[in-house]
Write a protein that binds this ligand. Structure first.
Ligand code: PAF
Length: 291
């Protein structure tokens, strides 16, 4: 559900493994996928896929739509038998939104990297791992089933009992990489190459760590950030891809989530707040310029 860059990458692997995969997309992406899916980068391939523009029955539904579309998607999935629902989305709050309308919702965190080069064409830009778990931490049959589907499709996957914590950690990493790359229009690797940018990155990261610590998640993320930036050096972050397409970004669910949580906890996060305002201004500026 939401066959964009990441959805198509997962769909591609699961389809290649012989599972019956339906790619749910909209507009130009739906039209392009009807002709097939081209994959370049770490894999070179072209496959015919089953593309539709409405939700359908499934044993497992992977949700990869943008966070601001989650509510509408959740409502539309109520009309079908969507089986186990796995959110592989960036940001905070998606599983909670899905759970308001659907049963059997799982959280997912992925470090795979994929770029949408054009409609119907993705670049597989980085290998990673997929963590899957229930938000309450219980590792049940649904979690194990999803992990089995992923592994048998050649996707690295692990069942975990702390997915909620992992979502916050990934969000703290995204809160650094995504807005900086989107504002400066640079690939992820540049963050570690320019001293001033790395210093800015660490200042943003420290605020995320402070919020996480107050939530009981005591982690030091500098080495994690360096690792993600290095492994995805050639990748355009999802936020940069959105800005380049003049689309709304997920800033409200990433830095916005950190700012809201900080307010709740009585903490100051000025770097996150500034990045939030800058990206929101950028979104408006690009929209105004379009008309
Ligand atoms: O949103 C993204 O682009 C990805 O989560 C990440 C890890 C920053 C890689 O580009």
């Amino acid at each position: 559900m939401g066959a964009g860059a990441l959805g198509c990458l997962y769909g591609y692997f699961i389809h290649k493994a012989g599972y019956d995969v339906v790619f749910v997309a909209r507009g130009k992406q739906f039209e392009a996928l009807k002709r097939g899916l081209k994959v370049t980068g770490l894999v070179e391939d072209f496959v015919r896929v089953n593309a539709v523009d409405k939700p359908c029955d499934a044993d497992v539904t992977f949700v990869t739509v943008k966070s601001y579309d989650t509510k509408d998607v959740a409502k539309s999935l109520r009309n079908v038998d969507c089986g186990i629902v796995v959110s592989l989305q960036n940001g905070i709050g998606n599983e909670e939104t899905l759970s308001k309308y659907l049963k059997r919702v799982l959280g997912g965190v992925t470090t795979y990297a994929s770029n949408l080069i054009d409609y119907g064409w993705i670049e597989f830009a980085g290998m990673g791992t997929t963590f899957v778990g229930r938000m309450d931490g219980k590792v049940d049959e649904d979690v194990l089933k999803v992990v089995e589907v992923l592994r048998s499709s050649g996707i690295k996957a692990e069942a975990v009992d702390d997915i909620a914590k992992r979502k916050w950690i990934k969000t703290a990493i995204n809160s650094v990489i995504n807005p900086i790359t989107a504002i400066l229009k640079i690939r992820n690797g540049a963050i570690a190459e320019i001293e001033e940018l790395w210093n800015l990155a660490l200042a943003v990261l420290k605020e995320g760590e402070k919020v996480l610590k107050s939530m009981g998640i005591d982690v030091e993320l500098e080495s994690v950030l360096r690792d993600v930036v290095t492994k995805t050096a050639n990748n355009k972050s999802s936020m940069l891809q959105d800005i380049e397409r003049r689309k709304r970004t997920e800033i409200d669910y990433i830095n916005g989530a950190i700012v809201r949580k900080a307010e709740e906890l009585g903490l100051e996060v000025p770097y996150n707040r500034s990045l939030l305002l800058l990206v929101k201004s950028l979104e408006k500026f690009l929209t105004y310029n379009q008309s």
